[in-house]
Design a protein. Sequence first.
Length: 305
Amino acid sequence: MRPSPLPPATPLLVLGASSLIGRALARVAPKLNAYWLSRSMRDTPGWITADLASPRLAQDLSGIAPLSTVLALTPIWITAPAVPALAALGVKRILAISSTSRFTKAASPEAAEREVAQRLAASEAQFIAACAEHGLAYTLFRPTLIYDEGFDRNISRLAALIRRTRVAPLSGNGRGRRQPVHAEDLALGALQALADPRTEGQVYNTPGGETLTYRQMVERLFAALGLKPNIIAFPSWIWRLAFLVAKPVLPGATAAMGARMAEDLVFDDAAARRDFGWSPRPFRPSFPGVTAAPDRRRKSPPQSR
């Protein structure tokens, strides 16, 4: 996937430059005509240190105004309240990132996960309403499971567990389908969407380029680490008990995570493919310094999407 360049006279303001997708964007588009905003400090040309939650945001950014286009890689609940300040700087176009978790966690047995889904839904509504009120043309991405080898807290954390223990625990049969999406593909896809007027006022599912079961996903991680798959499947009730015991040493881990291994978390990306050429990579992770194990399985015809 190749980015469609933004007009060279229009500097892009990237919010969340230190985020997972922000770091990926800096790698794949190092010569992008952009200002990079983050709360962290860095002595880099074009780097701006500011807090989107500050009531002085418009004043803090007035030195780089006027701006017309924003790529918001910050959480949607941080992006939405900042829209009025961005509009005051002359912004007319914005792309923001939400998550399909607003759907997949809406009925979770864990109250904290339900709250995340509710927060995402409310923030999306706030973002869209603010853009309409202040005259900003918006695009909203809802990615699935985002990964970036060695940096993310999902796929890479599981890979680290496999590397350390040489085993991967599985709840049930692991037949729930997944669509991992690489942060670099989201970064390039965002540039393409910003350059295409057909994406204005649209919300897009942006899953990865391959649908595979949770178990297949884990097998790919073993292969990427140069290891033979060693997967131990536990009944769901044992998994729930194990999480209760491990919760003090695994903050953020919940039994619901195990239950979702058997659930399909799959979304249709036809609109994104049609409107701005969304074409993400299949799930073939690669970790620095590791020679992947060869795939000796028989090649099967690709599944239709």
